[in-house]
Write a protein of this length. Sequence first.
Length: 360
Amino acid sequence: MESGSSIPGGTAKVAAWLKGEFEKSSLWHTEYIDVGAPGGPCLKVTGGKGEKYRLLLMAHMDTVFPEGTLKERPFRREGDFYYGPGCHDMKGGDIFALHLARWLETKPHLLENHAICFLFNPDEELSSIYSRPVIEELAKKSDYAFVLEPSMEENTLVKGRRGVARFYLDFHGIASHAGSAPEKGASAIHEFIRWGEILLKENKPCEGTNLNIGMVSGGTAANIIADHCSCSVDMRMTDIRKGEHLEELLHDLASRPFDLRVLTTIKGGITRPPYGNPDMEELLAREVTAYFALKGKEIHWKTVGSASDGNFTSALGVPTIDALGPMGGGAHTPGEYGVVHDILPKFEILTELTAYVLGK
């Protein structure tokens, strides 16, 4: 099913299919939540007893690909690999969620004293700008959160993600002939370059902060002073204060431009906070590692620069484990793939971890 974030009704088809599958069992209660996303609603699925959730499991239904991609690159399997738009990020996680529900149907005792909630959202690839309030509302009612984003390595889970700040800048100058009347022009590109020199000083990988200036465009010809320039600024940070500082810096630069004739508009902000409590996540990782060690299974952990909906739950103090989906690679590219031999071993990690949390 094609379900790019901005395809009208795209994720609604996925939600409807999942809803029908869950409703084959009387254990699950399904509910659409309209968040105003172009692709469709969230799907909330609950089961068990109690108003508070022992476990919140999150998976997103949208992909980054435009309409028509599925026709060009339909799902296929070749040996130990399967391919297709969104197979890795993250429809494999959606399927894991459904099969985890079916597994729980055979273990009803696990839900005798606890409730569980699955949330499928339609806009994760858009930074969950529509569904974030729903995620945070459910997180406040949950003891633990599992994120079914894909993994890149065998037996590897994610215990931390950096936050994201993203800004879109538009510089508005005055056009003029670069040869006959340069003094009458005010270059938006020159203003942008001066800003860029300052912004790049905020790129401090040794402090857990990466800043990237991308999607730069502007000007009309080599001999015309540019009256417009635009760019995007992306920051990944372990400390939310770095994102807050960047926002203050941008607005400060806009208030005192190098060329007073150039006006700059700024859109954006912090789209995802970093994982909120590294000590909490580290303690949980050690606990889980010890649990699996008793079963003779070695679990590895990573902290990664990319973000997910787990950023929201962790920032609210909910112990969060991420990358519980199947293994693969090439996300957001034509070569996106999943690995067949890892599906069952990774799913077993998910079921054992679910049993552990529900049994605590």
